[in-house]
Design a protein around this ligand. Structure first.
Ligand SMILES: [Zn+2]
Length: 185
């Protein structure tokens, strides 16, 4: 693969993350990257800072779901800021967002927004940062771009919304060009 630089990623402490409550380590292989949306109301997200929205999601997962941390490894905010989510060495644990094999081998990436209503598309910043992050993750963890999937590919869910899901082929093609320099069927 062609070298891909690590994009700028805001640390957990910078957005005000809580300490996770998990015990021990449970690192599995990294074979998939699973894309999600948060499905919160877009006007609600627009009224919050990106950091605040990460805290809201983490609180929901830890307080309401009883999980040990925010479920996602990375979040991309409304302005395209990439934020660190649950600690990367903890790829798999009880709060996994989709139930089967992929989750035990997947890096979970959250897009802030509800991409299942109306014509709410990723903005230019969100989309370009997603490509940057996916390209780096594929390079860093030797993941084939063909293994970038949407949550709905691995569970009964509308996630990551039609507007992102319909873009997945284009996104995978762009990442393939970044990491291989050519399209691979
Ligand atoms: Zn999801």
């Amino acid at each position: 693969m062609i070298f891909q630089p690590k994009p700028s990623i805001i640390s957990r402490s910078s957005w005000g993350s809580r300490t996770d409550t998990r015990v021990g380590t449970n690192r599995h292989g990294t074979r998939y990257i699973v894309i999600h949306h948060c499905a919160y109301n877009n006007s609600t997200i627009a009224a919050r800072s990106e950091y605040e929205h990460m805290r809201v999601i983490q609180n929901q997962h830890m307080n309401d779901q009883g999980w040990s941390d925010i479920a996602y490894h990375y979040g991309i905010g409304k302005n395209g800021t990439i934020m660190e989510g649950r600690l990367f060495q903890y790829l798999s644990y009880a709060s996994n967002t989709s139930p089967t094999y992929v989750d035990n081998n997947g890096i979970q990436v959250l897009m802030h927004g509800n991409f299942h209503v109306g014509n709410h598309f990723m903005n230019t910043s969100q989309r370009s940062k997603l490509i940057d992050l996916l390209s780096w993750l594929c390079y860093q963890y030797n993941i084939s771009p063909s293994n970038i999937i949407g949550h709905r590919d691995n569970g009964a869910s509308a996630c990551p919304g039609d507007q992102i899901y319909s873009e997945l082929t284009n996104i995978k093609n762009e990442v393939t060009m970044r990491v291989y320099g050519v399209q691979i069927d």
